[in-house]
Design a protein around this ligand. Structure first.
Ligand SMILES: C[S@@+](CC[C@H](N)C(=O)[O-])C[C@H]1O[C@@H](n2cnc3c(N)ncnc32)[C@H](O)[C@@H]1O
Length: 256
């Protein structure tokens, strides 16, 4: 296994300087954003607005961190909440198998907390009717409103290992405010994933109907936040491995 891991690490490191590969990646990202590729997938029956590569990377992180709380801003149809809930259910299943005990989902403390400014009734209904609903709590409101931040902090205080995914409003100011509000809740060794940092690397005219774009994006917020928060570092190995990701420089590991 050691040799295998070393080979993977060497291959991943090589990707970063592989010009033909990086060129192919950029072409794919440009064309797939144009054709709204990320809207074509579902997780356990709910639409998930993500690239499959990012879903796999998040699975790897959840397995290594083993969080007991995942906080997500941006619910939409609920696919990412259901994904996180399914991963937490698998963690509990594996833990029970290791201990030789029977899984009792009612007793699991592992939860997903989702925040969205507008949880549409049909989305809320479908999420609440999902078999994994008991692991999910939703709060409606702006993720940067003081009363919402206070509620999330209160809930998070009952958990030991916290992971964070930011995927709501993608402007610089909004993401920076989310980082200031929620990144301190991320446990040491865990991750904050800032989605859609890719916006900063794309042509401005791709986002002409949006309040965000290159220069005013999740990536500019991450850059600003990291200037005064050395407790987080960008885990570049993840983006070098994925190649296809909407979160370049967005996988932040809490190191202290
Ligand atoms: C890209 S979608 C989230 C996708 C979801 N995470 C997934 O993977 O399927 C963005 C969501 O952010 C929500 N949103 C926009 N502004 C927000 C704000 N200020 N606070 C919280 N949520 C917001 C929108 O209502 C929308 O549902």
């Amino acid at each position: 296994m050691r040799d295998f891991d070393d080979e993977v690490a060497a291959r991943v490191a090589g990707n970063a300087g592989d010009a033909p590969l990086q060129g192919a990646v950029r072409s794919f990202l440009l064309e797939s954003i144009r054709t709204q590729y990320s809207y074509n997938f579902a997780w356990l029956g709910r639409p998930i607005i993500q690239y499959p590569q990012d879903i796999v990377a998040t699975q790897e992180l959840i397995w290594s961190v083993k969080p007991d709380l995942i906080i997500e801003t941006g619910i939409a149809h609920g696919g990412s909440l259901i994904f996180s809930a399914s991963m937490l259910a698998l963690l509990d299943l594996c833990e029970a198998a290791e201990k030789g005990t029977v899984l009792d989902p009612a007793r699991s403390a592992r939860k997903v907390l989702g925040i969205d400014i507008d949880i549409r009734a049909h989305n809320r209904g479908a999420i609440e009717a999902h078999p994994l609903a008991s692991r999910i709590e939703m709060i409606q409101g702006s993720s940067i409103a003081p009363e919402i931040v206070a509620q999330v902090r209160q809930i998070a205080s009952g958990y030991r290992r916290v992971m964070l995914c930011l995927d709501s409003n993608h402007t610089h100011d909004h993401v920076l405010a989310e980082l200031e509000a929620y990144a301190p809740l991320v446990s040491v060794g865990s991750y904050c994933i800032v989605f859609d940092t890719l916006i900063d690397d794309m042509p401005a005219d791709m986002f002409s109907d949006r309040p965000w774009g290159p220069g005013d994006s999740p990536k500019t917020a991450v850059t600003e936040y990291l200037k005064s928060h050395p407790e987080f570092e960008i885990d570049k190995a993840i983006q070098h491995k994925l190649l296809i990701t909407v979160a370049p420089d967005g996988f932040l590991r809490r190191v202290r």
